[in-house]
Design a protein around this ligand. Structure first.
Ligand code: LLP
Length: 463
């Protein structure tokens, strides 16, 4: 298990600090298909290609750093999720992982729905033509203005996150003469095995309304009384980058138990449950993610079993994968700038990006891998730390990885599995220009989010 899944488990980096280096891969030129997008290959000249295009040519045309996204892989993953969950379930792509107008169009073409969690994401979704009824609106503190906009647009569901919000959404809907379909987000008390900052179903955190102490039942009581709300069901999201299905099973069981309590108390069988997102992906070869088919089967079985034992009709299930759809589909391409061997310690490889295009390593201690992609090499493996160009020693992109010892400035290296939460959490720290996202498909590359320019930075500066 890697640190992505179990922060407390054995760590590649820990092994290194104790002087026992993790073994380098047998051949550094081989790209593990588990962590790379589907159409990645290496051509006869040793240059890595995506969608049939050489990274060297892509770097010339689009510059570095840049994210290259495999459109065919993205679409295939959308289809895998919707096929796995079938007709009796809905898949909502979590836009926070990465959103742009092109993404919204692909989602529509592949039959997925969309989860948004801010006015900005809502605007992007609507602007790209996503039908409002296929949008779910999330967030623990949606502003009244955002709520009004969502209701006016006719979003298919708003996920209510607090007692205040139950009243707020009901009031705004009523004042617009509407009855808004809603779900109530509950915290089921599951400790997901993931980084503390991305675990969301234990009780001591800001999201949702706890099942414990009857709070969720009270929220349901209040929501059912309000004319502005049409209560569709219950929502639970237990965290992110999770490999172990046990947490989802407990969550599903507790949510169904709440449906049974609601039926007993109010005589109403709520028709929907949403079990959130959070399925882990492979960032390194140590990670073993679950396939959508396996997830759908496990969740379907547990919901059916729990419903049967409470004599409930099976509700419609929805899920909200973000990372599992977009994460594996992209890599970040960097150019090596400087190489600094520190005798007896490690070699620092500085690239032309850093924590501004991938904050996950600094923020969550996330693990990534890296490969030399502009050529092959038969040189010995050297243990490196890939760092960025920011004024901060925590500006680390890949903490511990092996690259060939003949690595040189000007080489292109790529970090795979950066499709989720890298561009979407990118910043302008040190006035860095956020990199473009380039979609590649069948030998064609097209920018779907352009690179920022210095004019973009100056445009916001009104002094
Ligand atoms: N649904 C809800 C209500 C969520 O809050 C999230 C993620 C998702 C779905 C999608 O989760 P996913 O399938 O992508 O794991 N920035 C962090 C992840 C934060 C996730 C926030 N919510 C990271 O880089 O790991």
């Amino acid at each position: 298990m890697s640190r992505n899944a179990h922060p407390a488990g054995p760590r590649h980096g820990d092994v290194y600090t104790e002087g026992h280096y993790a073994a380098p891969p047998a051949d550094l030129n081989v790209l593990d298909e588990k962590v790379w997008a589907r159409t990645i290959d290496r051509n006869d000249d040793g240059v890595v290609t995506i969608g049939g295009l050489e990274v060297t040519r892509l770097a010339e045309e689009f510059g570095t750093p840049a994210y290259f996204l495999d459109e065919a892989d993205f679409r295939a993953r959308c289809r895998a999720w919707s096929d796995a969950f079938g007709q009796n379930a809905d898949v909502f792509y979590a836009g926070k992982a990465f959103l742009s107008r092109a993404i919204v169009r692909w989602l529509q073409e592949e039959g997925l729905n969309l989860d948004v969690c801010s006015g900005g994401e809502l605007t992007t979704a609507l602007d790209a033509g996503m039908p409002a009824e296929r949008i779910a609106f999330h967030g623990n503190n949606k502003t009244p203005e955002e709520i009004e906009r969502a209701i006016r647009a006719g979003v298919g569901r708003i996920v209510l996150d607090s007692f205040q919000e139950i009243v707020r959404v009901a009031h705004i809907a009523q004042s617009l003469g509407k009855r808004q379909p809603v779900l109530i987000r509950v915290t089921v008390g599951v400790e997901a095995h993931t980084h503390e900052f991305i675990a969301t179903a234990h009780e001591d955190q800001k999201f949702g309304i706890a099942l414990a102490g009857g709070l969720a039942a009270e929220a349901v009581r209040r929501a059912l009384k309000l004319d502005g709300l049409e209560l569709l069901g219950i929502h639970s999201h237990i965290g992110s980058q999770i490999f172990d299905m046990a947490g989802f099973e407990v969550s599903a069981r507790r949510v169904v138990q709440l449906l049974a309590e609601i039926r007993d108390e109010h005589g109403v069988e709520l028709p929907e449950i949403d079990l959130g997102g959070g399925l882990g992906i492979a960032y390194t070869s140590d990670d073993d993610p679950r396939e959508p088919q396996e997830i759908a089967k496990a969740l379907g079985e547990i919901v059916t079993r729990e419903c049967e034992s409470s004599s409930l009709r099976s509700p419609r299930i929805s899920v909200e994968p973000g990372r599992a759809i977009v994460g594996p589909t992209a890599f970040t391409l960097y150019e090596v700038g400087t190489i600094k061997p520190l005798e007896g310690l490690r070699t620092y490889v500085s690239v032309d990006g850093g924590m501004s295009d991938n904050i996950r390593t600094a923020l969550y201690d996330a693990e990534y891998t890296v490969a030399l992609v502009s050529r092959t090499s038969t040189a010995e493996p050297m243990l490196v730390r890939v760092v960025g160009k920011h004024c901060e020693s925590g500006d680390i992109v890949v903490k511990d990885a092996f690259l060939p010892a003949d690595l040189a400035p000007g080489d292109l290296i790529a970090v795979p599995a950066t499709g989720a939460y890298c561009r979407s959490m990118a910043s302008n720290y040190n006035h860095a220009l956020r990199p473009p996202v380039v979609a590649v498909r069948d030998g064609e590359a097209r920018v779907i989010v352009r690179r920022e320019t210095e004019e973009d930075l100056l445009r916001l500066d009104v002094g």
